[in-house]
Design a protein around this ligand. Structure first.
Ligand SMILES: Cc1cc2nc3c(=O)[nH]c(=O)nc-3n(C[C@H](O)[C@H](O)[C@H](O)COP(=O)(O)O)c2cc1C
Length: 199
């Protein structure tokens, strides 16, 4: 199966999975609140342990008062291209949850996993709408906690740049050379019937 970009799948899947990739060349155009809400709506419907929904999406749209704060959290490399994104997101997760019938919160085993599932929905919905989402761990998580007022008991998971793809010629040469959808390991290397098998 092939798609709009160079990727091919070995088994039949929805082309959306191949179309989602992480470019760095963005147009810098504005994004509407409505488009972002649709992406968060998709995130909303992710599965989570006990339906605890531990994800929290903190966001800034470009040309708004919070933009400089969010952009300033990214490391120098990520700032160099994410400055042309349309929105920046810091994704955090609540590390505790209230099981049904319990009267107090307990540690959640799966808060990061659940939040990752929501992030996947978010990125796929963005792709369906013609936007791209580029994940980042290259940012100052301690400053994210203090500058975005993240309370105790939440884990900073990742940052995301949301943008409309631009021509790679707008990137510095070294980045332009890397601006292509990446390949993947074969399914057989990570799907193991009957138990773990060392490679
Ligand atoms: C949680 C997470 C953190 C990432 N951190 C960075 C980053 O700091 N800087 C960057 O340029 N790309 C970053 N990436 C992008 C990955 O390198 C990219 O998703 C991966 O190579 C697969 O490519 P694809 O998303 O185009 O399929 C990150 C992706 C994820 C999911």
């Amino acid at each position: 199966m092939t798609t709009a970009n160079s990727r091919t799948a070995d088994y039949p899947i929805d082309p959306l999975f191949l179309e989602r990739w992480s470019p760095r060349a963005f147009t810098g155009e504005p994004i509407s609140q409505a488009d972002l809400m649709t992406m968060f709506e998709a995130a909303r419907w992710a599965a989570s342990s006990y339906n605890s929904q531990p994800w929290r999406f903190l966001y800034a749209r470009r040309d708004t008062p919070s933009w400089a704060t969010f952009l300033g959290l990214l490391n120098e490399f990520n700032q160099s291209w994410a400055k042309d994104a349309s929105a920046l997101v810091i994704l955090i997760s609540k590390a505790t949850m209230r099981p049904p019938g319990a009267d107090k919160d307990v540690p959640s085993h799966s808060h990061s996993l659940d939040t990752g599932a929501a992030a996947g929905n978010f990125a796929l919905q963005a792709t369906r709408m013609g936007w791209h989402v580029h994940g980042m761990v290259g940012f100052d998580m301690a400053r994210a906690v203090s500058e975005l007022h993240v309370p105790e008991g939440y884990r900073v998971e990742a940052a995301y740049a949301v943008g409309r793809q631009a021509d790679k010629s707008k990137l510095p040469e070294a980045l332009a050379a890397r601006e292509a959808p990446s390949p993947r390991m074969p399914v057989a290397s990570f799907a193991m019937e009957g138990g773990f098998k060392a490679a």
